[in-house]
Design a protein around this ligand. Structure first.
Ligand SMILES: Cc1ncc(COP(=O)(O)O)c(C=O)c1O
Length: 414
């Protein structure tokens, strides 16, 4: 892998930025292994938000007084930072949303309602998080378009040989895919899917919620049309996310939410809409959260996305090797070289909720459930998994503790 020469990140030093990681639960240090759900927040991000609230806060794009200008500069500066983070050609193409979910709904509603109809086909993957699945299923049914999926094989990788048959089903208009599966960590070949989508005359919508925190993202190199991600999974606050979209598509789209800020003029008989990106940002946005989002982008960029990817690769290799020692544990998903820092598994005969509960006694936080991927669960023939996921502050010792904890689970319930 090209990441071999990347400078290593110092997870032990990074851990000192995160207050929670210093806590003790039942005489055990905490092991936070649920970063795919949401990450912990470093002091640098929290300090920046506090400073903004104390000295720079007012509503944005409204006041002419100096504080309002400072707030607007903070918010628009955040947009520049987040846009540059995914190599957007223009910051006008970067829309702040509440979350990745809202970003994907924005595209499904504002693009889908006006562009889909009978005879059209929307294609998503069987691995998709509900956030990039349900909005498309819903808008397809509202518009009369068909809703289809790209199936996965037994290692949970996409079966790209199904694409030819999908192309025969009608006019493929949308292809939606996550760059990284939140449940089993599969890294999807999005560049390939984007090329295929464009051959069909479709748009390519990428859910990068699990990718943007962990590997360098370049929307231009991916060749996609829309890309959604959120702040809370990359060390930033919750309540803010981002949608990048190609300007010509965004310009042609109807607005999604309507109200203040997104208008140019309003009269009794007619309203005209603001230019990009404001057309898609109705009402007072999450101002300090956007500033915190940018501080988080700065924080992880200073660590280095390549170093983060390499660190998580080492962790996932370690986790897969250690879990392979337990013949009563079934691990789902591809080998380490085609997976990000996420491992889903089941302990024979024990419900994942019980696994998570017992691990919690020793301060180990993992997620148990269907992870908002019920179609994937159905394909795997299970209802739920236990999931461990890693980030910049994760260390191999935590994985070793997870394995010890699983022995305890087995002794107690297996
Ligand atoms: C792959 C994926 N897409 C979308 C989402 C939704 O993100 P948000 O919480 O920002 O709405 C998640 C969150 O778990 C996710 O893992």
């Amino acid at each position: 892998m090209a990441v071999a020469a990347t400078p290593k990140l110092d997870a032990q030093r990074i851990r000192s930025d995160f207050a929670y990681l210093e806590e003790i639960v039942n005489d055990h240090a905490v092991a936070y292994l649920d970063s795919a759900s949401s990450t912990q927040k470093p002091r640098q991000v929290l300090d920046r938000m506090r400073e903004f609230y104390e000295h720079e806060y007012a509503n944005v794009h409204r006041g002419v007084y100096r504080l309002a200008e400072r707030a607007t500069e903070g918010y628009e500066g955040a947009r520049r930072t987040v846009a540059a983070f995914v190599n957007a050609p223009s910051e006008r193409e970067l829309i702040f949303t509440r979350s990745a979910t809202e970003a994907l709904n924005l595209v499904a509603y504002a693009w889908g309602l006006d562009n889909l109809g009978p005879g059209d086909v929307v294609v998503v993957t069987e691995l998709e998080h509900h956030a990039n699945f349900v909005p498309w299923q819903f808008i397809a049914s509202r518009t009369g378009a068909s809703f289809r999926h790209i199936p996965i094989d037994d290692t949970a990788e996409l079966q790209l040989d199904a694409l030819d048959a999908l192309a025969q089903e009608g006019n493929v208009k949308v292809v939606g895919a996550g760059l990284v599966s939140n449940t089993i960590g599969t890294i999807n070949p999005v560049e390939r899917l984007a090329a295929w989508a464009h051959e069909q005359g479709a748009i390519m919508v990428v859910d990068a919620a699990q990718a943007a925190p962990h590997r360098a993202i370049d929307v231009q190199a991916l060749g996609c049309d829309f890309l959604a991600f959120s702040s809370h999974k990359l060390c930033g606050p919750s309540g803010v996310g981002a949608l990048w979209g190609r300007a010509e598509l965004l310009e042609a789209m109807s607005p999604f939410n309507l109200g203040g800020s997104m208008i140019r003029s309003v009269a009794l008989d007619r309203t005209t809409f603001n230019e990009l990106p404001y057309k898609f940002e109705a009402g007072t946005p999450a101002i300090a959260e956007a500033v915190g989002f940018a501080a988080a982008v700065d924080y992880i960029s200073a660590i280095g996305l390549d170093a983060i990817e390499a660190h998580e690769h080492e962790l996932v290799e370690h986790a897969l090797a250690r879990l392979a020692e337990l013949e009563w544990v079934e691990v789902y998903g591809p080998p380490a070289d085609r997976r990000a820092g996420i491992v889903s598994f089941n302990v024979e005969g024990v419900h994942p909720h019980d696994v998570a509960q017992i691990l919690d006694w020793d301060g180990i936080a993992v997620r148990a459930g269907h992870h908002c991927t019920q179609p994937l669960m159905t394909r795997l023939g299970i209802a739920a998994t236990t999931r461990a996921s890693f980030y910049v502050y994760s260390i191999p010792e935590e994985i070793d503790r997870l394995v010890e904890g699983l022995h305890k689970v087995k002794r107690a319930l297996g």
